[in-house]
Ligand binder design. Structure first.
Ligand code: NAP
Length: 340
Protein backbone atom coordinates (compact mmCIF):
# COMPACT_ATOMS: atom_id res chain seq x y z
CA UNK A 1 0.00 0.00 0.00
CA UNK A 2 1.33 3.45 -0.94
CA UNK A 3 0.74 6.97 0.36
CA UNK A 4 -2.19 9.32 -0.06
CA UNK A 5 -0.59 12.66 -0.95
CA UNK A 6 -1.91 16.22 -1.16
CA UNK A 7 -0.14 18.89 -3.24
CA UNK A 8 -1.35 22.33 -2.11
CA UNK A 9 -0.47 25.18 -4.47
CA UNK A 10 -0.57 22.81 -7.44
CA UNK A 11 -1.10 25.64 -9.95
CA UNK A 12 2.02 27.54 -8.82
CA UNK A 13 5.66 27.29 -9.91
CA UNK A 14 6.67 25.13 -6.96
CA UNK A 15 3.45 23.08 -6.89
CA UNK A 16 3.77 22.09 -10.55
CA UNK A 17 7.39 21.05 -9.97
CA UNK A 18 6.34 19.01 -6.92
CA UNK A 19 3.91 17.06 -9.10
CA UNK A 20 6.61 16.56 -11.78
CA UNK A 21 9.14 15.36 -9.22
CA UNK A 22 6.72 13.01 -7.42
CA UNK A 23 6.16 11.36 -10.81
CA UNK A 24 9.83 11.45 -11.94
CA UNK A 25 11.06 9.88 -8.70
CA UNK A 26 8.18 7.39 -8.68
CA UNK A 27 7.13 8.40 -5.20
CA UNK A 28 5.00 5.48 -3.94
CA UNK A 29 1.64 7.30 -4.03
CA UNK A 30 -1.68 5.50 -4.31
CA UNK A 31 -3.46 8.81 -4.70
CA UNK A 32 -2.38 12.39 -5.39
CA UNK A 33 -4.82 15.26 -5.04
CA UNK A 34 -4.09 18.78 -6.36
CA UNK A 35 -5.31 21.79 -4.34
CA UNK A 36 -5.14 25.54 -4.86
CA UNK A 37 -7.38 28.53 -4.21
CA UNK A 38 -10.97 28.73 -5.41
CA UNK A 39 -9.70 30.83 -8.36
CA UNK A 40 -8.17 27.66 -9.82
CA UNK A 41 -11.05 25.27 -9.24
CA UNK A 42 -11.03 22.73 -12.08
CA UNK A 43 -7.68 23.91 -13.53
CA UNK A 44 -5.85 20.94 -15.02
CA UNK A 45 -2.31 20.15 -13.88
CA UNK A 46 -0.01 17.35 -14.99
CA UNK A 47 1.15 14.53 -12.76
CA UNK A 48 3.31 12.22 -14.87
CA UNK A 49 1.11 11.06 -17.73
CA UNK A 50 -2.06 11.84 -15.76
CA UNK A 51 -4.02 15.07 -15.61
CA UNK A 52 -5.45 16.18 -12.27
CA UNK A 53 -8.26 18.67 -11.81
CA UNK A 54 -7.45 21.18 -9.09
CA UNK A 55 -9.73 21.32 -6.04
CA UNK A 56 -10.37 24.20 -3.64
CA UNK A 57 -8.30 23.93 -0.45
CA UNK A 58 -11.03 25.67 1.54
CA UNK A 59 -13.15 23.00 3.20
CA UNK A 60 -10.89 20.15 1.99
CA UNK A 61 -10.85 17.21 4.42
CA UNK A 62 -7.27 16.01 4.96
CA UNK A 63 -8.41 13.01 7.01
CA UNK A 64 -6.91 9.79 5.63
CA UNK A 65 -4.16 11.62 3.68
CA UNK A 66 -0.62 10.82 4.87
CA UNK A 67 1.43 13.76 3.60
CA UNK A 68 0.57 17.25 2.33
CA UNK A 69 3.19 19.17 0.35
CA UNK A 70 2.39 22.88 0.77
CA UNK A 71 3.48 25.74 -1.54
CA UNK A 72 0.78 28.36 -1.03
CA UNK A 73 2.62 31.22 0.75
CA UNK A 74 2.66 32.07 4.46
CA UNK A 75 -0.80 33.66 4.77
CA UNK A 76 -2.71 30.68 3.40
CA UNK A 77 -0.37 28.22 5.15
CA UNK A 78 -1.21 29.80 8.49
CA UNK A 79 -4.85 28.87 7.90
CA UNK A 80 -4.58 25.43 6.28
CA UNK A 81 -1.43 23.78 7.70
CA UNK A 82 -2.85 23.52 11.25
CA UNK A 83 -6.08 22.09 9.81
CA UNK A 84 -4.21 19.40 7.85
CA UNK A 85 -1.99 18.59 10.86
CA UNK A 86 -4.95 18.33 13.22
CA UNK A 87 -6.59 15.91 10.78
CA UNK A 88 -3.54 13.61 10.98
CA UNK A 89 -1.79 14.60 7.74
CA UNK A 90 1.92 15.56 7.99
CA UNK A 91 2.57 18.94 6.33
CA UNK A 92 5.85 19.68 4.54
CA UNK A 93 5.78 23.42 3.98
CA UNK A 94 7.67 25.66 1.55
CA UNK A 95 6.74 29.00 3.08
CA UNK A 96 8.87 30.76 5.71
CA UNK A 97 6.06 30.62 8.31
CA UNK A 98 7.38 27.75 10.44
CA UNK A 99 11.10 27.72 9.58
CA UNK A 100 12.27 29.49 12.73
CA UNK A 101 9.94 27.72 15.18
CA UNK A 102 12.30 25.72 17.42
CA UNK A 103 9.77 22.88 17.64
CA UNK A 104 9.49 22.48 13.88
CA UNK A 105 12.30 20.70 12.02
CA UNK A 106 13.88 22.55 9.07
CA UNK A 107 15.35 19.88 6.84
CA UNK A 108 17.72 19.41 3.92
CA UNK A 109 17.93 15.61 3.68
CA UNK A 110 21.61 15.56 2.61
CA UNK A 111 22.53 17.69 5.66
CA UNK A 112 20.33 17.02 8.72
CA UNK A 113 18.13 13.99 8.02
CA UNK A 114 17.96 13.00 11.71
CA UNK A 115 15.84 16.09 12.43
CA UNK A 116 12.93 14.23 10.78
CA UNK A 117 12.02 12.64 14.14
CA UNK A 118 10.86 16.07 15.39
CA UNK A 119 7.97 16.05 12.91
CA UNK A 120 5.97 14.57 15.78
CA UNK A 121 6.05 17.87 17.70
CA UNK A 122 3.50 19.58 15.46
CA UNK A 123 3.02 17.26 12.46
CA UNK A 124 4.70 20.01 10.39
CA UNK A 125 8.13 20.05 8.71
CA UNK A 126 9.62 23.17 7.13
CA UNK A 127 11.49 23.40 3.85
CA UNK A 128 14.24 26.05 3.74
CA UNK A 129 14.62 29.12 1.57
CA UNK A 130 15.87 28.29 -1.93
CA UNK A 131 19.19 30.10 -1.56
CA UNK A 132 19.92 28.39 1.77
CA UNK A 133 19.12 24.87 0.54
CA UNK A 134 21.69 24.78 -2.25
CA UNK A 135 24.35 26.49 -0.12
CA UNK A 136 24.16 24.04 2.77
CA UNK A 137 24.27 21.05 0.39
CA UNK A 138 27.61 22.38 -0.90
CA UNK A 139 28.98 23.45 2.49
CA UNK A 140 28.09 20.53 4.78
CA UNK A 141 30.76 18.09 3.52
CA UNK A 142 33.40 20.82 3.74
CA UNK A 143 32.26 21.73 7.27
CA UNK A 144 32.56 18.07 8.32
CA UNK A 145 36.21 18.09 7.21
CA UNK A 146 37.52 21.53 8.24
CA UNK A 147 34.85 23.28 10.42
CA UNK A 148 33.45 26.44 8.86
CA UNK A 149 33.85 29.64 10.90
CA UNK A 150 32.40 32.26 8.56
CA UNK A 151 30.64 32.46 5.20
CA UNK A 152 30.36 35.51 2.94
CA UNK A 153 27.80 34.85 0.22
CA UNK A 154 26.49 36.95 -2.66
CA UNK A 155 23.49 35.56 -4.51
CA UNK A 156 22.23 35.99 -8.08
CA UNK A 157 18.62 34.86 -7.72
CA UNK A 158 16.23 34.17 -10.59
CA UNK A 159 12.78 35.75 -10.92
CA UNK A 160 10.98 32.41 -10.51
CA UNK A 161 11.92 32.67 -6.83
CA UNK A 162 9.22 35.37 -6.69
CA UNK A 163 6.50 33.06 -8.06
CA UNK A 164 4.45 33.20 -11.25
CA UNK A 165 4.19 37.00 -11.09
CA UNK A 166 7.99 37.30 -11.06
CA UNK A 167 8.34 35.28 -14.24
CA UNK A 168 5.58 37.25 -15.98
CA UNK A 169 7.13 40.59 -15.04
CA UNK A 170 10.54 39.75 -16.51
CA UNK A 171 8.93 38.38 -19.69
CA UNK A 172 6.53 41.29 -20.22
CA UNK A 173 9.09 43.95 -19.33
CA UNK A 174 11.67 42.45 -21.70
CA UNK A 175 9.16 42.34 -24.59
CA UNK A 176 7.90 45.84 -23.72
CA UNK A 177 11.41 47.29 -24.09
CA UNK A 178 11.15 46.74 -27.84
CA UNK A 179 7.57 47.87 -28.48
CA UNK A 180 6.95 51.61 -28.05
CA UNK A 181 3.95 52.23 -25.80
CA UNK A 182 4.09 48.74 -24.24
CA UNK A 183 6.65 49.45 -21.54
CA UNK A 184 5.83 47.60 -18.29
CA UNK A 185 6.39 49.42 -14.98
CA UNK A 186 7.83 47.50 -11.99
CA UNK A 187 5.12 45.90 -9.85
CA UNK A 188 6.35 42.63 -8.34
CA UNK A 189 9.94 43.89 -8.11
CA UNK A 190 11.07 47.20 -6.61
CA UNK A 191 12.78 48.39 -9.81
CA UNK A 192 12.99 47.36 -13.46
CA UNK A 193 14.24 43.75 -13.59
CA UNK A 194 14.69 43.43 -17.39
CA UNK A 195 18.35 44.13 -18.26
CA UNK A 196 19.00 45.09 -14.65
CA UNK A 197 19.91 43.66 -11.22
CA UNK A 198 18.21 44.55 -7.91
CA UNK A 199 20.04 44.31 -4.56
CA UNK A 200 16.85 43.72 -2.57
CA UNK A 201 14.93 40.49 -1.97
CA UNK A 202 12.17 40.68 0.65
CA UNK A 203 11.83 43.60 3.08
CA UNK A 204 14.51 45.62 4.87
CA UNK A 205 15.20 44.93 8.56
CA UNK A 206 16.45 47.46 11.15
CA UNK A 207 19.96 46.02 10.76
CA UNK A 208 20.06 47.12 7.11
CA UNK A 209 20.01 43.51 5.93
CA UNK A 210 17.02 42.32 3.93
CA UNK A 211 14.86 39.51 5.30
CA UNK A 212 16.24 37.17 2.60
CA UNK A 213 19.78 37.87 3.82
CA UNK A 214 18.73 37.28 7.42
CA UNK A 215 17.02 34.02 6.40
CA UNK A 216 20.24 32.65 4.86
CA UNK A 217 22.11 33.21 8.12
CA UNK A 218 19.35 31.97 10.47
CA UNK A 219 18.54 28.88 8.41
CA UNK A 220 22.18 27.85 7.92
CA UNK A 221 22.60 27.95 11.69
CA UNK A 222 19.44 25.90 12.31
CA UNK A 223 20.19 23.28 9.64
CA UNK A 224 23.96 22.96 9.90
CA UNK A 225 25.61 24.47 12.98
CA UNK A 226 24.68 27.39 15.24
CA UNK A 227 28.33 28.44 15.46
CA UNK A 228 28.65 29.32 11.74
CA UNK A 229 28.57 33.04 10.97
CA UNK A 230 26.94 33.99 7.66
CA UNK A 231 26.79 37.39 6.00
CA UNK A 232 24.80 37.59 2.76
CA UNK A 233 23.97 40.02 -0.02
CA UNK A 234 20.97 38.78 -1.99
CA UNK A 235 20.43 40.10 -5.50
CA UNK A 236 17.60 39.49 -8.00
CA UNK A 237 18.86 39.03 -11.57
CA UNK A 238 17.02 38.76 -14.93
CA UNK A 239 17.24 34.97 -15.13
CA UNK A 240 14.04 32.90 -15.28
CA UNK A 241 15.12 29.80 -13.34
CA UNK A 242 18.31 28.91 -11.43
CA UNK A 243 19.95 30.64 -8.48
CA UNK A 244 23.70 31.25 -8.44
CA UNK A 245 25.89 32.03 -5.46
CA UNK A 246 29.43 33.25 -4.99
CA UNK A 247 30.49 31.76 -1.65
CA UNK A 248 33.57 32.68 0.35
CA UNK A 249 34.29 30.34 3.25
CA UNK A 250 36.69 30.68 6.16
CA UNK A 251 37.54 27.43 7.98
CA UNK A 252 39.10 26.60 11.32
CA UNK A 253 41.48 24.11 9.67
CA UNK A 254 43.35 24.38 6.40
CA UNK A 255 41.51 22.80 3.44
CA UNK A 256 43.36 22.51 0.18
CA UNK A 257 41.35 23.31 -2.97
CA UNK A 258 42.10 19.89 -4.52
CA UNK A 259 40.91 18.09 -1.40
CA UNK A 260 37.78 20.27 -1.31
CA UNK A 261 37.08 19.31 -4.95
CA UNK A 262 37.52 15.61 -4.12
CA UNK A 263 35.23 15.88 -1.08
CA UNK A 264 32.55 17.62 -3.12
CA UNK A 265 32.81 15.02 -5.92
CA UNK A 266 31.77 12.38 -3.37
CA UNK A 267 29.12 14.50 -1.63
CA UNK A 268 25.42 13.59 -1.92
CA UNK A 269 23.43 15.92 -4.17
CA UNK A 270 26.52 17.73 -5.47
CA UNK A 271 27.95 17.70 -9.00
CA UNK A 272 31.36 19.30 -9.49
CA UNK A 273 32.02 20.98 -12.85
CA UNK A 274 35.30 22.76 -12.41
CA UNK A 275 37.65 23.07 -15.36
CA UNK A 276 39.94 26.06 -15.46
CA UNK A 277 39.18 26.88 -19.06
CA UNK A 278 36.60 29.07 -20.84
CA UNK A 279 33.14 27.68 -20.06
CA UNK A 280 34.46 25.12 -17.57
CA UNK A 281 31.78 25.97 -14.97
CA UNK A 282 27.99 25.81 -14.67
CA UNK A 283 25.60 28.70 -15.32
CA UNK A 284 21.92 28.85 -14.31
CA UNK A 285 20.45 27.98 -17.72
CA UNK A 286 22.34 24.68 -17.61
CA UNK A 287 20.95 23.64 -14.21
CA UNK A 288 17.25 23.95 -15.11
CA UNK A 289 15.34 20.69 -14.63
CA UNK A 290 18.28 19.04 -12.87
CA UNK A 291 18.30 17.60 -9.36
CA UNK A 292 21.91 18.49 -8.55
CA UNK A 293 23.56 21.38 -6.78
CA UNK A 294 26.46 22.28 -9.08
CA UNK A 295 29.76 23.55 -7.72
CA UNK A 296 32.38 25.26 -9.87
CA UNK A 297 35.32 27.70 -9.53
CA UNK A 298 36.69 26.01 -6.39
CA UNK A 299 39.83 27.88 -5.42
CA UNK A 300 41.93 28.94 -2.45
CA UNK A 301 41.29 32.38 -0.96
CA UNK A 302 44.83 33.38 0.00
CA UNK A 303 43.73 36.63 1.68
CA UNK A 304 42.76 34.73 4.86
CA UNK A 305 44.43 31.88 6.74
CA UNK A 306 42.07 29.05 5.75
CA UNK A 307 39.87 30.32 2.94
CA UNK A 308 38.11 28.93 -0.12
CA UNK A 309 35.96 30.47 -2.84
CA UNK A 310 33.33 28.60 -4.81
CA UNK A 311 30.50 29.14 -7.27
CA UNK A 312 27.27 27.25 -6.61
CA UNK A 313 24.29 26.94 -8.98
CA UNK A 314 21.01 25.05 -8.65
CA UNK A 315 17.44 24.98 -9.98
CA UNK A 316 15.63 27.01 -7.31
CA UNK A 317 12.28 25.42 -8.11
CA UNK A 318 13.84 21.98 -7.61
CA UNK A 319 16.54 21.75 -4.90
CA UNK A 320 15.44 25.15 -3.61
CA UNK A 321 11.84 24.05 -3.18
CA UNK A 322 10.02 21.12 -4.85
CA UNK A 323 12.82 18.54 -4.93
CA UNK A 324 13.81 19.15 -1.33
CA UNK A 325 10.14 18.85 -0.30
CA UNK A 326 9.77 15.51 -2.08
CA UNK A 327 13.08 14.32 -0.60
CA UNK A 328 11.72 15.14 2.86
CA UNK A 329 8.57 13.16 2.02
CA UNK A 330 10.78 10.22 0.96
CA UNK A 331 12.76 10.50 4.21
CA UNK A 332 9.56 10.59 6.24
CA UNK A 333 8.27 7.58 4.35
CA UNK A 334 11.47 5.53 4.64
CA UNK A 335 12.31 6.33 8.25
CA UNK A 336 8.95 6.83 9.91
CA UNK A 337 5.74 6.05 8.06
CA UNK A 338 7.13 2.99 6.25
CA UNK A 339 4.38 2.37 3.74
CA UNK A 340 4.74 1.52 0.07
N1 NAP B 1 9.78 29.82 -6.13
C1 NAP B 1 10.76 29.43 -5.33
O1 NAP B 1 11.94 29.36 -5.72
C2 NAP B 1 10.48 29.08 -3.92
C3 NAP B 1 11.49 28.51 -3.17
C4 NAP B 1 11.25 28.16 -1.86
C5 NAP B 1 10.02 28.41 -1.33
N2 NAP B 1 9.02 28.98 -2.07
C6 NAP B 1 7.72 29.20 -1.44
O2 NAP B 1 6.73 28.36 -2.02
C7 NAP B 1 5.47 29.00 -1.98
C8 NAP B 1 4.86 29.06 -3.37
O3 NAP B 1 5.75 29.73 -4.24
P1 NAP B 1 5.54 29.72 -5.83
O4 NAP B 1 6.81 30.27 -6.38
O5 NAP B 1 5.08 28.40 -6.31
O6 NAP B 1 4.34 30.80 -5.99
P2 NAP B 1 3.30 30.94 -7.18
O7 NAP B 1 3.86 30.43 -8.46
O8 NAP B 1 2.85 32.35 -7.12
O9 NAP B 1 2.08 29.96 -6.76
C9 NAP B 1 1.31 30.19 -5.59
C10 NAP B 1 0.37 28.99 -5.36
O10 NAP B 1 -0.29 29.19 -4.11
C11 NAP B 1 -1.70 29.11 -4.33
N3 NAP B 1 -2.38 30.00 -3.39
C12 NAP B 1 -2.17 31.32 -3.19
N4 NAP B 1 -3.03 31.79 -2.26
C13 NAP B 1 -3.81 30.75 -1.89
C14 NAP B 1 -4.89 30.59 -0.97
N5 NAP B 1 -5.34 31.62 -0.24
N6 NAP B 1 -5.45 29.37 -0.84
C15 NAP B 1 -5.00 28.32 -1.57
N7 NAP B 1 -3.98 28.41 -2.46
C16 NAP B 1 -3.39 29.61 -2.61
C17 NAP B 1 -1.88 29.55 -5.76
O11 NAP B 1 -3.13 29.11 -6.21
P3 NAP B 1 -3.93 29.93 -7.33
O12 NAP B 1 -3.28 29.61 -8.64
O13 NAP B 1 -5.30 29.38 -7.19
O14 NAP B 1 -3.83 31.37 -6.96
C18 NAP B 1 -0.71 28.85 -6.42
O15 NAP B 1 -1.02 27.51 -6.63
C19 NAP B 1 5.72 30.36 -1.32
O16 NAP B 1 5.51 30.24 0.07
C20 NAP B 1 7.18 30.60 -1.58
O17 NAP B 1 7.76 31.47 -0.65
C21 NAP B 1 9.22 29.31 -3.37
Amino acid sequence: MGYKVVVAGATGNVGREMLNILAERQFPADEVVALASRRSLGTEVSYGDKTLKTKDIEGFDFTGYDIALFAIGSDATKIYAPIAASQGCVVIDNSSLYRYDPEIPLIVPEVNPDAIEDYRNKMIIANPNCSTAQMVVALKPLHDRARIKRVVVSTYQSVSGAGKEGIDELWDQTKGMYVPGQEVAPKKFQKQIAFNVIPQIDVFLDSGDTKEEWKMAAETKKIMDTSIKVTATCVRVPVFVGHSESINVEFEDFLDEDEARDILREAPGVLVVDKREPGGYVTPVECVGDFATFVSRIRQDVTVENGLNLWCVSDNLRKGAALNTVQIAELLGNRVLKKG
